[in-house]
Design a protein around this ligand. Structure first.
Ligand SMILES: *Cc1c(COP(=O)(O)O)cnc(C)c1O
Length: 466
């Protein structure tokens, strides 16, 4: 499978190249040249397979000849063997129409483990082939950081530098990153917001002084392989609810538009998806973009769902590219305008393309808390603030009664225990496997929100690739 950049001028790469590159050299994001198609018979044929087998079948067309099918299956078994639930992503019924897809049974209690446990193994596989070394630089609003660190801690060919906005991630999130003590793990707390941290990382990718010395890669959801791994659970859930004969809608708590874009890919591959409901908190750039065509960044308001406290949504570019006729030059110009003014209008083609599949909703803190109480009172389920925003959107969307609506449960409630307790009066317990988190010792470096200081810190500690 060939991968092309959304901005049209970076080299075409294979799956291995796109995975190791992360961001494309023209500033764009990699996408497959064409979507692989599954017929209804192909989809019915994978119903009931164990998760790792189903995952390997869904991902193989994207991987192409970069990894042999037997090897891909081995990697899936290793990645998903670390999950605490046999089903990996179990589906839980809330009422006649609504379901939760629990994506938080991995090592760090958020859905990001589903993609990153596999990505860590893919990196290792590819680096061993070329005897190379990789420097991962990432920015996290909380959950990516811990999931990425868990996925690569102790691996010889990888250094990881993870920036988080100081004081703006939960204690559990911070401790899940800073208590991992491995020589290749470097935690950096920066003065600023998540978007500031992300901007530093983006700048490093375009800084020849860094890219000339180190092989730098991303684990943010700009990395195609992550989105690919997330396509799988849309198939898993829809098959359980009657696909391919029956359509299913999904409500997705959204920040960087990665998780919900994976749903778009599943639909492009032939999965019968009725609607994708994009759920945002008050940081609602995506809701405004989808409902009014106005993609303009405001300032970030901190909320109880910090992993969605985002105003610039990297993966939205992939949707704009695909819906806007896949014109890399036009999109490069549109994005250059956005980078200058922090605002842009969607074209008519982009709006119409998006409207065919997506709707959106925004939840404020009161609506989020109400959704948490509804799940607790009506279904006996504790849900985290991110999932609650998804559930609010699911319940307020205009979906026919005979279509099941699956809300993606993106984090374990105990990861955001304070917010859950405030809303419901019940404090969810941390699962036994990470119960000693608050007894472990932390290590991280605080740096000012200054690019040169961050680059110098990375340059001093990273290993140069052979
Ligand atoms: C990362 C994250 C999100 C947002 O996912 P995107 O792929 O960035 O849209 C939602 N909920 C939780 C718990 C997360 O960690």
């Amino acid at each position: 499978m060939d991968y092309i950049s959304t901005r049209g001028s970076a080299p075409v790469l294979d799956f291995e190249g796109a995975t190791l590159a992360g961001l494309a050299s023209d500033g764009g994001l990699y996408l497959p040249r064409a979507w692989p198609r599954f017929t209804p018979e192909d989809i019915a044929a994978i119903r009931g397979l164990p998760y790792p087998e189903l995952a390997a079948r869904v991902m193989q067309p994207f991987v192409g000849s970069s990894i042999a099918p037997e090897r891909l299956l081995e990697l899936c078994r290793a990645a998903y063997g670390r999950f605490a639930h046999q089903a990996v992503t179990p589906l839980v019924q809330l009422d006649e129409q609504h379901w939760l897809l629990e994506l938080f049974h991995g090592p760090t209690l958020a859905f990001k483990d589903v993609a990153l446990q596999l990505l860590g193994l893919l990196f290792e596989e590819f680096l061993a082939r070329s005897d190379a070394h990789l420097t991962i630089v990432g920015a996290t609003s909380g959950d990516t950081g811990s999931a990425a660190i868990d996925a690569v801690a102790g691996r010889e060919r990888i250094d990881i530098f993870m920036l988080h906005p100081e004081g703006r991630v939960s204690d559990v999130q911070r401790r899940q990153m800073t208590t991992v003590r491995a020589p290749n793990v470097h935690n950096i707390a920066i003065d600023g917001s998540f978007d500031d941290a992300q901007a530093h990382v983006k700048r490093m990718f375009g800084d020849p002084a860094m890219t000339g010395r180190f092989r730098i890669s991303a684990v943010n959801s700009i990395n195609w392989a992550r989105l690919m791994a997330q396509v799988v659970y849309y198939f898993v859930a829809a098959l359980q609810l009657g696909a391919p004969e029956r359509k299913v809608a999904f409500a997705v708590p959204t920040g960087n538009f990665g998780d919900v874009f994976a749903g778009y890919v599943a639909h492009a591959m032939g999965l019968p998806v009725e609607r994708l409901i994009v759920a945002t908190n008050v940081n609602d750039i995506l809701h405004r973009a989808l409902s009014e065509g106005d993609y303009s960044a405001g300032t970030v308001t901190p909320t109880a769902a910090p992993s969605m406290d985002i105003q610039v949504s990297s993966n939205f570019e992939r949707l704009l590219f695909d819906c806007g006729g896949r014109d890399g030059a036009a999109l490069a110009a549109q994005m250059a305008g956005f980078e200058k003014t922090h605002a842009m209008r969607l074209t008519n083609a982009q709006r119409a393309g998006a409207a065919a599949l997506f709707t959106s909703a925004r939840a404020d803190e009161a609506q989020m808390a109400r959704a948490m109480r509804w799940a607790a009172d009506r279904a006996g389920e504790a849900i985290d603030p991110h999932t609650a925003i998804g559930l609010h959107a699911a319940r307020s969307a205009d979906i026919s009664r005979d279509v099941p609506v699956v809300t993606l449960a993106t984090a374990h409630p105990a990861k955001f225990g304070d917010a859950v307790e405030r809303a419901t009066g019940i404090r969810p317990a941390l699962p036994a496997r990470i119960g000693d988190l608050f007894a472990r010792e932390e290590a991280y470096t605080s740096l000012p929100g200054d690019y040169d200081a961050i680059a110098a810190f990375v340059a001093e500690r990273a290993t140069r690739s052979a």
